[in-house]
Unconditional design. Structure first.
Length: 87
């Protein structure tokens, strides 16, 4: 899967960052899994386990790109909230 095929949304990210991540879990694997599964955290967790079992790791570059995507989405949401008063 190419990064530009991933269509993240704010609800997905906020669900992940709102308490789903545990300190002993690998954050970028959870984020990647949730993105791939369109925010379905149960299936994302399963994907994360599969990644761990196979010994696969996302590159640091992929992780940083996903984090940057999250920051971009938050900035966009804030801009819209000031413009349209959505929040």
């Amino acid at each position: 899967m190419k990064l530009d095929e991933i269509k993240p949304d704010i609800a997905c990210y906020t669900s992940i960052l709102g308490g789903v991540i545990k300190p002993n879990e690998t954050t970028y694997e959870i984020i990647f899994g949730a993105l791939c599964m369109g925010g379905e955290l149960g299936r994302a967790s399963q994907l994360r386990k599969e990644i761990q079992n196979k010994g696969l790791r996302l590159s640091l570059r992929m992780y940083l790109t996903l984090v940057q995507g999250f920051v971009d989405l938050l900035e966009e949401a804030v801009d819209k909230s000031y413009t349209y008063g959505e929040f």
